[in-house]
Design a protein around this ligand. Structure first.
Ligand SMILES: [Zn+2]
Ligand SMILES: [Zn+2]
Length: 145
Protein backbone atom coordinates (compact mmCIF):
# COMPACT_ATOMS: atom_id res chain seq x y z
CA UNK A 1 0.00 0.00 0.00
CA UNK A 2 1.20 3.51 -0.71
CA UNK A 3 2.56 5.55 2.16
CA UNK A 4 0.43 8.28 3.66
CA UNK A 5 1.39 11.67 5.06
CA UNK A 6 0.92 12.13 8.79
CA UNK A 7 1.76 14.94 11.17
CA UNK A 8 2.50 15.26 14.86
CA UNK A 9 0.03 17.43 16.77
CA UNK A 10 2.62 18.40 19.35
CA UNK A 11 5.53 19.55 17.22
CA UNK A 12 4.17 19.82 13.66
CA UNK A 13 6.56 17.21 12.29
CA UNK A 14 5.39 15.73 8.99
CA UNK A 15 6.19 12.13 8.11
CA UNK A 16 5.49 9.48 5.52
CA UNK A 17 4.34 6.18 6.96
CA UNK A 18 2.55 3.12 5.70
CA UNK A 19 -1.19 3.28 6.58
CA UNK A 20 -1.10 0.28 8.90
CA UNK A 21 1.69 1.92 10.92
CA UNK A 22 -0.16 5.10 11.92
CA UNK A 23 -1.44 3.72 15.22
CA UNK A 24 1.95 2.41 16.35
CA UNK A 25 4.36 4.93 14.90
CA UNK A 26 5.81 7.53 17.27
CA UNK A 27 6.79 11.06 16.37
CA UNK A 28 10.48 11.21 15.56
CA UNK A 29 10.94 14.30 17.72
CA UNK A 30 8.47 13.81 20.58
CA UNK A 31 8.77 10.02 20.82
CA UNK A 32 5.02 9.82 21.38
CA UNK A 33 2.09 8.36 19.49
CA UNK A 34 0.82 11.75 18.44
CA UNK A 35 0.55 11.17 14.70
CA UNK A 36 -2.55 12.04 12.73
CA UNK A 37 -3.37 11.85 9.06
CA UNK A 38 -2.80 15.04 7.11
CA UNK A 39 -6.14 16.03 5.49
CA UNK A 40 -6.22 15.44 1.76
CA UNK A 41 -6.30 19.11 0.78
CA UNK A 42 -2.90 19.77 2.37
CA UNK A 43 -1.16 16.76 0.83
CA UNK A 44 1.31 17.37 -1.94
CA UNK A 45 2.88 14.54 -3.90
CA UNK A 46 5.45 13.80 -1.19
CA UNK A 47 4.66 15.78 1.96
CA UNK A 48 2.69 19.01 2.20
CA UNK A 49 1.59 21.24 -0.63
CA UNK A 50 4.04 24.12 -0.51
CA UNK A 51 1.35 26.81 -0.84
CA UNK A 52 -0.73 25.20 1.92
CA UNK A 53 2.08 24.82 4.42
CA UNK A 54 1.45 28.05 6.36
CA UNK A 55 -2.27 27.42 6.62
CA UNK A 56 -1.64 23.84 7.68
CA UNK A 57 0.65 24.83 10.55
CA UNK A 58 -1.63 27.67 11.67
CA UNK A 59 -4.93 25.80 11.54
CA UNK A 60 -4.04 22.23 12.33
CA UNK A 61 -0.88 22.35 14.39
CA UNK A 62 -0.60 25.59 16.30
CA UNK A 63 -4.29 25.79 17.14
CA UNK A 64 -4.43 22.17 18.29
CA UNK A 65 -4.99 21.74 22.06
CA UNK A 66 -2.11 19.25 22.14
CA UNK A 67 0.29 21.61 20.41
CA UNK A 68 3.44 22.06 22.45
CA UNK A 69 5.67 25.04 21.69
CA UNK A 70 8.72 23.42 23.28
CA UNK A 71 8.31 20.36 21.03
CA UNK A 72 7.96 22.65 18.04
CA UNK A 73 11.13 24.48 19.02
CA UNK A 74 12.97 21.22 19.52
CA UNK A 75 11.91 20.02 16.09
CA UNK A 76 13.12 23.28 14.54
CA UNK A 77 16.40 22.88 16.39
CA UNK A 78 16.78 19.32 15.05
CA UNK A 79 15.97 20.46 11.57
CA UNK A 80 18.51 23.24 11.71
CA UNK A 81 21.11 20.77 12.88
CA UNK A 82 20.38 18.27 10.13
CA UNK A 83 20.43 21.07 7.56
CA UNK A 84 23.84 22.09 8.81
CA UNK A 85 25.05 18.51 8.67
CA UNK A 86 23.75 18.12 5.16
CA UNK A 87 25.46 21.35 4.16
CA UNK A 88 28.73 20.17 5.69
CA UNK A 89 28.45 16.82 3.93
CA UNK A 90 27.68 18.53 0.64
CA UNK A 91 30.67 20.83 0.84
CA UNK A 92 32.86 17.87 1.76
CA UNK A 93 31.60 16.05 -1.31
CA UNK A 94 32.20 19.11 -3.43
CA UNK A 95 35.76 19.24 -2.17
CA UNK A 96 36.13 15.56 -3.07
CA UNK A 97 34.86 16.27 -6.56
CA UNK A 98 37.54 18.92 -7.04
CA UNK A 99 40.34 16.55 -6.13
CA UNK A 100 42.45 15.23 -8.96
CA UNK A 101 41.54 11.69 -9.91
CA UNK A 102 43.38 8.82 -11.47
CA UNK A 103 42.42 8.66 -15.18
CA UNK A 104 42.42 4.86 -15.15
CA UNK A 105 40.70 3.88 -11.92
CA UNK A 106 39.33 7.31 -10.83
CA UNK A 107 40.76 6.87 -7.34
CA UNK A 108 41.54 10.01 -5.38
CA UNK A 109 44.22 8.18 -3.45
CA UNK A 110 47.03 9.94 -5.26
CA UNK A 111 50.52 10.99 -4.44
CA UNK A 112 52.17 13.97 -6.05
CA UNK A 113 55.38 12.71 -7.56
CA UNK A 114 58.09 14.37 -5.53
CA UNK A 115 60.67 16.75 -6.95
CA UNK A 116 63.42 14.23 -6.21
CA UNK A 117 61.95 11.61 -8.48
CA UNK A 118 61.50 14.22 -11.19
CA UNK A 119 65.16 15.06 -10.90
CA UNK A 120 66.05 11.38 -11.20
CA UNK A 121 63.72 11.11 -14.15
CA UNK A 122 65.38 14.07 -15.85
CA UNK A 123 68.81 12.70 -15.10
CA UNK A 124 67.92 9.36 -16.65
CA UNK A 125 66.05 10.51 -19.70
CA UNK A 126 67.64 13.88 -20.33
CA UNK A 127 65.57 16.34 -22.30
CA UNK A 128 63.04 13.67 -23.18
CA UNK A 129 62.63 12.97 -19.47
CA UNK A 130 61.69 16.55 -18.66
CA UNK A 131 58.95 16.34 -21.24
CA UNK A 132 57.74 13.00 -20.00
CA UNK A 133 57.86 13.53 -16.28
CA UNK A 134 54.80 12.65 -14.32
CA UNK A 135 52.97 14.73 -11.73
CA UNK A 136 50.82 12.13 -10.03
CA UNK A 137 51.17 8.58 -8.90
CA UNK A 138 48.03 6.58 -8.18
CA UNK A 139 48.34 4.64 -4.94
CA UNK A 140 45.48 2.44 -6.00
CA UNK A 141 46.53 1.09 -9.40
CA UNK A 142 50.05 2.50 -9.66
CA UNK A 143 49.37 4.52 -12.81
CA UNK A 144 51.47 7.65 -13.27
CA UNK A 145 50.77 10.68 -15.40
ZN1 LIG B 1 6.16 15.49 17.51
ZN1 LIG C 1 44.54 4.44 -10.43
Amino acid sequence: MANVTVYCEKCGGVYRVSPEMIADEVCFTCREKTLKLVPEKYCGCVTLKKEMEDEFYEKLVKSSPTFDQSCWDRRMENRKRSDEERYKRMSAEKQQANLPRCPTCSSTNLRKVSTTSKVVNTALFGILGTKRHKTFHCNNCGYEW
